[in-house]
Design a binder for this molecule. Structure first.
Ligand SMILES: Cc1cc2nc3c(=O)[nH]c(=O)nc-3n(C[C@H](O)[C@H](O)[C@H](O)COP(=O)(O)OP(=O)(O)OC[C@H]3O[C@@H](n4cnc5c(N)ncnc54)[C@H](O)[C@@H]3O)c2cc1C
Length: 482
């Protein structure tokens, strides 16, 4: 199908301003926040209703067109890359809060609603949507569902799958289904659970019924300053080991602090090896004692200073610094890749040391800002994507970092998804039988692999590229496609 035929077909289904096809319009959609790979779709549509999404999917299905769903494009693994061309469906116009049910603590929202807008809409009732990715001012609920996103506060409150009751989904052939229900644990197979985290490969989410949590009555936010990353890591193990479950436990290393300070002038100590941002919440009674215990544990692990936010304004400033940290790194280099590995918390010192060694060996600067309480690392590699030699070094170093995570019993991703960035690594984690089962599940929902093709499961192209960078011996050859 030519682009002209595609556009005329789409214009028969949607208003003219909902069909983008000019080169300058399409350029905006050539990548997400993983900028190493770029590809422009043939056209982008901006549907306003579920019926429009279904009509577009029926059209694409009839013509065998690949379709890529997209929310705000803040994904960090190339999940909405249109690398096989075709059509992109961006959900950003479907951004309404449909209903809020305060007594039952639920809301129904359209998939393109921005995460923070949901929180703003329910704050008057003392409620919140718990998953709070650091990108929450931009990312959509549909993207959160597709990636099963986490965030700083998911240490205590859980990730997206713990906060969704039901989804309206348009399947690849255009059929519309609701998965889940009004309450928890509906009979039958857990299709809702399968859909959440399927990275846009099983269906297009158009609406979500989400759970809301009460805002905590009292909060304490602390900033603990450590001479080294190792001391901060030891404090993380000590806090969790003592049975304290902070609402959030985030680490920023020296390079991140320098970037944040240069961008926002928050007054962070630039000579610190790392800081921990620790939040405690719950009933007022007992919170002072918990705070005292946290301060004592940090000091025992060589914290040179522990600041407690004096009021809501100071707390907001500390969180702004954390949530803007990855963006602030943009001041240090033209390009960056934010990795996402998971390790057991007790392995933090060893793996952070391994990351520093990898950075030195590949002559790269790697900054660390991450959800330390979950053992969810985010090494941010700085480079210049215009230099192919640097890009090769970044990809090879990224593979080594994930191998270091796997070597201590971790995972190749915690919350950013597999996308195209890590699909070739999947056989490092899973056996041939595991991969075949995943492939069979995908075929059940998406038999022609027309919906978000080439994501999550390995493609031959990805495997060949990976073996070129890290050597074929590195791959577990039992893997299905590698
Ligand atoms: C600065 C920064 C900080 C971040 N912090 C965090 C964090 O703390 N925690 C975290 O988990 N992630 C984080 N992320 C990653 C990203 O923001 C999340 O993955 C987010 O949920 C993506 O939402 P989005 O709307 O931008 O989705 P997109 O990037 O547009 O898409 C992501 C994936 O979801 C699919 N998709 C999107 N919408 C739909 C839909 N309606 N139906 C079906 N599939 C769909 C796409 O095909 C793609 O595979 C961060 C990203 C940035 C840039």
């Amino acid at each position: 199908m030519t682009q002209q035929e595609l556009v005329s077909g789409l214009l028969a289904l949607l208003p003219a301003d909902a069909v983008l096809h000019r080169p300058a319009e399409l350029l905006v959609y050539d990548c997400d926040a993983y900028t190493i790979e770029k590809a422009v779709p043939m056209a982008v549509v901006l549907p306003g209703t579920t019926e429009e999404v279904a009509a577009v999917m029926r059209f694409a299905h009839a013509h065998g067109l690949p379709v890529v769903p997209r929310g705000a494009g803040t994904g960090l693994s190339g999940g909405c890359l249109a690398d096989t061309g075709g059509l992109m469906i961006a959900l950003t116009r479907m951004n309404r809060v449909v209903s809020i049910d305060v007594p039952n603590r639920r809301a129904v929202v359209q998939a393109g609603l921005v995460n923070q807008k949901l929180n703003e809409a329910v704050a008057h009732a003392g409620l919140a949507f718990a998953p709070d990715p650091s990108s929450q001012i931009a990312c959509t609920i549909g993207g959160n569902v597709a990636e099963n996103s986490g965030g700083p506060h998911t240490l205590k409150y859980g990730v997206t799958v713990n906060h969704v009751l039901a989804l309206e989904v348009v399947l690849p052939d255009g059929e519309v289904v609701w998965l889940g229900g009004e309450g928890e644990d509906w009979p039958g197979f857990d299709l809702l659970g399968l859909m959440i985290g399927s990275e846009g490969t099983f269906g297009i989410v158009t609406q979500a019924r989400v759970k809301l949590v009460p805002l905590p009555p009292a909060v304490r936010t602390l900033l603990a300053v450590f001479p080294t990353v190792e001391d901060a890591s030891n404090a993380v193990s000590a806090l969790i080991g003592a049975g304290i479950i902070p609402a959030a436990l985030e680490m920023m290393d020296q390079l991140i602090l320098q970037a944040v300070e240069a961008a926002f002038k928050f007054g962070f100590p630039l000579d610190a090896g790392a800081v921990l941002l620790i939040e405690l919440d719950g009933l007022e009674a007992g919170l002072d004692e918990a705070q005292a215990e946290v301060v004592a544990l940090c000091e025992r692990n060589l914290a040179r200073e522990v600041r407690v936010a004096a009021d809501a304004a100071e707390r907001a400033r500390l969180w702004l610094a954390r949530k803007k940290a990855v963006g602030a790194v943009g001041r240090l280099a033209p390009s960056k890749v934010t990795m996402d590995g998971v390790i057991p918390r007790t392995q933090l010192p060893a793996v952070l040391k391994a990351i520093a060694e990898i950075a030195e060996r590949y002559e790269l600067r790697i900054a660390n800002v991450f959800h330390a309480g979950d053992g969810n690392l985010h090494p941010v590699t700085l480079f210049d994507e215009r230099d192919p030699a640097q890009v090769e070094r970044v990809l090879a170093a990224s593979g080594e970092i994930l191998k270091a995570c796997l070597a201590v019993g971790g995972s190749i991703t915690g919350e950013h998804g597999v996308g195209v960035e890590k699909n070739a690594y999947m056989p490092w984690m899973y056996s041939e039988a595991d991969m075949a089962l995943m492939e069979a599940v995908r075929r059940t929902f998406n038999p022609d692999d027309a919906l978000n093709p080439g994501k999550v499961l390995p493609t031959r192209k990805g495997c060949l590229e990976l073996s070129r960078l890290v050597g074929p011996g590195a791959l577990r050859r039992g893997g299905a496609a590698c």
